[in-house]
Design a protein around this ligand. Sequence first.
Ligand code: HAM
Length: 415
Amino acid sequence: MEIAALNGFKDILPDETGLWRRVEETARDIFARFAFQEIRPPILEKTELFKRSIGEATDIVEKEMYTFVDKGLTMRPEATAGLLRAVIEHNLLAARPQRRLFAIGPMFRHERPQKGRLRQFHQLDVEVLGGAHPLIDAELMAMGALLLAELGLTASLEINSLGCPVCRPAYRENLLAFIASRAGNLCADCQRRGATNPLRVLDCKNPACRTQVEEAPSILDHLCPDCARHFADVEAGLTSLGVSYKRNKFMVRGLDYYCRTTFEFLTSDLGAQAAVGAGGRYDGLIEQLGGPKNTPGIGFAMGMERLVLLLQQKENALAAASEADLYIAALGPEAVNACLPLAHRLRERGLRVAMDYEGRGLKSQMKQADRLGAAWTLIVGEDELKNGQAVLRDMRDKEQRAVALDAAQIASLLD
Ligand code: HAM
């Protein structure tokens, strides 16, 4: 009998590893620009760690964890808890009370697999420890937005505040009263979880519940003065950094450790799996896990499968709209004369080749290559011509390499 991979566990095949590398390399480059250091905690941790941080009444802990029940161990469903455990265990905040750390790797959640939702998936996870300043929140979101932009992806940013232990209890009471008054109109799930985890009702996808929730009290109207000021400063920070965002007063995160700022990067291009990344503040968590007192923290994670899917969709759309495989940018009349036979040889090999005969400047020819959706550009100037060499540029990742002016060799490099 043939043995296949498990449902929700995906092989990343050689055709895809290039995109995975692009995502990871872009992320590492950006994380370094924002002074983050890498940490690599293990995949297996004590189950208790996730119960205490993510929360017992969450979907993740209640139903989605891969747990070795007899050993009390769990495959990490997210990166934050293990990362904080490592920071506390190795006393990393002693010498440097503020730290910026990132981790990259596989996570495990027993969810129903769908496009963009797997049981083994990968996160790019970043955490800023030891800083409570609202500009850290804004800067972190700006970094997420920059990562998406440098990958050529668009997503919208939604933000909310979940308040703090001072203001949340009163809001919770308010919400509980609202839920009780609408109980008859809510789905069975919400009627059940309304009492234990009322915030989850705000997040229910059931259309009947959504209609009711429209009128639910908003946490943003119940923030204490400190939380309200923090939220206003985060918004001002985002504006000063030029990051566009939208308030979503009903945003609820599926993990209990959050307080104050929460945020999500959303896309409409992945069907039901709209979040490419998400995170927020967790000011009490480090202390709660046994770390130093009064050590705030904030972070987010992006789903790498979702980023790769978006890149694949974008490349497929570009390929469908493309009018040329290769654009030859011949700079000057001699280059034009030498390149026309080369273009002909490549066309004989079945490639769609476009070129310009006027010998215009490089900039305007590169624009033309973009307009035609060429996957590759061959740049041939006078110097290149003398050496019998040219520069082949991959228009998707902008990588360049030197190639001989030889049709067979060039054709073999275009995939
Ligand atoms: P999360 O919202 O559970 O947050 O996950 C973050 C991101 O991981 C999601 O936006 C999504 O892109 C990706 N993701 C989650 N589950 C799956 C899945 N089953 N398949 C594919 N991708 C998935 C956290 O995990 C928090 N630890 C984020 C954080 C860091 N908060 C503070 N620091």
